[in-house]
Design a protein around this ligand. Structure first.
Ligand code: PLP
Length: 428
């Protein structure tokens, strides 16, 4: 299927390194939406920030995954972006889903995904959520400590358990092993306890940290997982699955996938099923966010005579730019509309140090609500103009708040730059 996809594809713009995302569709969607707003008389909220999501990009990322990690079945990490169309598309493409809570399990089940395609990948689970998972037949779940094993014995003795081990995640953007994962000096005891409690341990899982950048982290984690497989065998378990977690980024995917594949081939026998829990990889580049300039403050800097401006947008750190705080991101503003002109400013056009300096702020009362400390644009920006930010699909909308009464439910306009994605979703 993959070969025919690449050979027969009529989409000249497919570039597997993700460098050539079809921008025209996204730009048209941004422009049409902004043109539709009557800025002089619209209702409150009509000019709210909004997303354009290219589901074709999610589709391409899936093909890229299959090409580079054919042994690993992805279970998309819903927490990263629980967008219903993304889940629907991935469901059609046959992925599984990593859910962290009852609400995420429920959302996926409602889309007619079979319970076997879900892993409740949260080592410290809420009792009532475990009961819910049991009632729905969602069996796969992770654990990393003895208390959780007693919980499982009481609430769900038939669950299919994955022992999550800790990793060296020091090279990642978001360290997860500070909080979760059994250290290797505890795994033997945990397996002994699981055996004593007659629980069903079926696999090992790890996560090298979200936004990981060191391919050696995968090698070490796979080696450690192999050791735990051997320990489990000594306790009489016959583990059948390794879950290699998430941590993949579009920018370094091929390098990380090559390191992971080589480690899997060396340490994990071919009959072992391998799954992964990618989140960011699938959605980061698929979402573009457009924001409206709601206010401007002009700063005159006496020593230099240069005038700069503070721009206030209708979205900020307490909204979709929560990724700046929680995900250590640095979203780059581009000009969508200046005055009555649509510009689609490119980063390249801003590389000269000319133009005017701006700082960019969110709408709330808080001084930390700053998106960009300093950026220069050739365009003059004023109240009523629009900016846009690419790569806003991961850990953005899902962690937005309603602080100061601003909306956390921004519209998403869907486009699909891949015929395959359109066909699967029945889009025109
Ligand atoms: N799996 C688990 C258990 C996680 O906690 C996370 C992220 O926090 C993910 C998967 C997804 O990670 P990423 O978005 O880096 O692929």
């Amino acid at each position: 299927h993959l070969d025919s996809y690449f050979e027969n594809s009529k989409c000249a713009y497919i570039e597997l390194n993700g460098a050539n995302i079809p921008k025209q569709l996204i730009e048209d969607a941004l422009k049409t939406r902004v043109e539709d707003i009557d800025h002089d008389s619209c209702e409150a909220g009509d000019e709210d920030a909004f997303f354009v999501a290219d589901l074709g990009e999610v589709y391409r990322q899936h093909m890229r995954w299959k090409l580079n990690l054919p042994r690993v079945r992805p279970f998309y990490a819903v927490k990263c972006n629980p967008d219903p169309q993304v889940i629907r598309l991935l469901g059609e493409l046959g992925t599984g889903f990593d859910c962290a809570s009852k609400a995420e399990i429920e959302q996926v089940l409602k889309m007619d995904i079979e319970p076997e395609r879900i892993i409740y990948a949260q080592p410290c689970k809420t009792n009532s959520y475990v009961r819910y998972a049991a009632s729905q037949g969602v069996k796969q779940m992770t654990f990393d400590n003895a208390d959780e094993l007693y919980k499982m014995k009481k609430l769900y003795p038939d669950a299919e358990l994955f022992l999550r081990i800790s990793t060296d995640d020091s090279s990642s953007l978001c360290r997860l092993s500070l909080k979760f994962g059994a250290t290797l000096d505890t795994t033997d005891e945990l397996l002994a306890l699981a055996k004593e409690l007659q629980l069903n341990v079926v696999g090992v899982s790890f996560h090298v940290g979200s936004g990981a950048s060191d391919p050696l982290a995968f090698l070490k984690a796979v080696q450690d997982a192999r050791m735990v497989f051997d320990q489990a065998a000594a306790h009489g378990f016959s583990l059948h699955t390794l879950d290699v977690g998430g941590g993949f980024c579009s920018e370094t995917f091929e390098e990380m996938a090559a390191a992971l594949s080589a480690a899997l081939d060396e340490y994990i026998p071919g009959h072992i099923r391998i799954i992964g829990e990618p989140g960011r990889y699938y959605v980061a580049s698929a979402f573009t966010l457009a924001c409206h300039v709601i206010a401007r403050r002009t700063i005159s800097d006496p020593p230099s005579t240069e005038q700069s401006h503070m721009l206030y947008l209708n979205d900020g750190l307490y909204g979709n730019f929560s990724s700046i705080m929680f995900d250590h991101q640095n979203p780059i503003a581009q000009v969508l509309r200046s005055g009555r002109q649509f510009c689609f400013d490119t980063i390249a056009s801003r590389e000269s140090r000319g133009g005017t300096e701006y700082s960019i702020w969110g709408p709330t009362c808080d001084g930390i609500d700053r998106i960009t400390e300093s950026i220069r644009f050739d365009h003059t920006l004023d109240i009523g103009d629009w900016l846009y930010f690419e790569n806003m699909g991961a850990y953005t909308k899902c962690s937005a708040t309603r602080f100061n009464g601003f909306s956390d439910a921004h519209d998403v306009i869907y486009v699909a730059s891949e015929p395959g994605a359109k066909a699967l979703l029945g889009m025109k």
